[in-house]
Design a protein around this ligand. Sequence first.
Ligand SMILES: *Cc1c(COP(=O)(O)O)cnc(C)c1O
Length: 392
Amino acid sequence: MPPTLPIYLDNHATTRVDPRVVEAMLPFFTEIYGNAASRGHSFGHRARGAVEAARSQVASLLDCSAKEIIWTSGATESNNLAIQGVAHARADRGRHLITVATEHKAVLDTFEAMEDEGFETQILEVQRDGSLAEGALRAAIRPDTILVSAMAANNEVGTLHDLAAIGALCGERGVVFHCDGVQAATICPLPVHELGIDLLSLSAHKMYGPKGVGALYVRRGTPRLKLAPIFHGGGHERGMRSGTLDVPSIVGMGLAAELAEQGLADVEVMRSRRDRLYQGLASAVTGLYLNGPELGERAANNLNVSFDGVEAEALLMAIREIAVSTGSACTSATLEPSHVLRAMGIGDDIAHGSIRFGLGRFNTDEEIDYVVETIALKVTELRALSPLYEDP
Ligand SMILES: *Cc1c(COP(=O)(O)O)cnc(C)c1O
């Protein structure tokens, strides 16, 4: 049976809200609508109880204490709060901040803002597979380094950083380690204490929860980790993030985290479906390039490939019933290859042909087979139309 169209394979951009999550959220709009900060009546009590239960669900996913979870509006805010918060709280100890060239813009642009404020930022180069070279971070850390920010899984090519090694190094040198864990939450365990992570950002909408809510894990214990808040107000969330809590969304994120934890057991199903996609494409078309790490070494839900002689934008137009994204960001009039592919040293030609597939919980083998067949057909057609392409 052919699959229902369109097919969604853009799960690095956002995910469908799991129907179980929607159902759990609904009563908190119309029945349990109290302000979680309200004392002295049951509406407030019940809202607060739900918020605290959700906090425990997120903490369980990260193997940490519920007291270490702060609610935010999403990972952009979590990343900002982590980076700005450490920079501002620790400026008297040093002003040197380190991150990696393949980070999400929410990290890189925040680093740029810190640079404008007078901090010194260092952006580490990566190797061809998006990983850090052995010793690169160790060589970069200075006595005045106060923060290292490195993501768990890359959102374009699925590179997985060695978090335990980074965490150990940061611990040894007394540097705060912030990790953007957004893309890893549904595909690998993130035991933050064991990994030596001090701060970790999550976003609900990348893990089958609602948009507009996220979390920041902030390690407790000694030495004390203090963050300067960005918002000033009622002193919610241990003074780190003022603002009335979005109770329905927080409830949704809590369940999303619980389902993500359960789902870790099924990651191999995702991986084999992703491998089926790659193997299918590799045997159906010539001139296929894999961008990023070897399949076995990248996030189980990621595939990023280029088809020799085919512009990704043209292919996207030809396969409108399949939702994927390209490795180019449309800026004004020009098509700029993504900063991630550039940082990995991938030439503009191949980068312009880059297609990113992000598999999700709801994809099926039938969808994958349809996608392979359709793309193989369209790639052949596009190449036949191209005066420059010669089949090898
Ligand atoms: C999506 C994403 C973000 C931003 O998260 P929002 O909740 O949409 O603000 C940050 N980092 C990574 C790696 C992402 O994929």
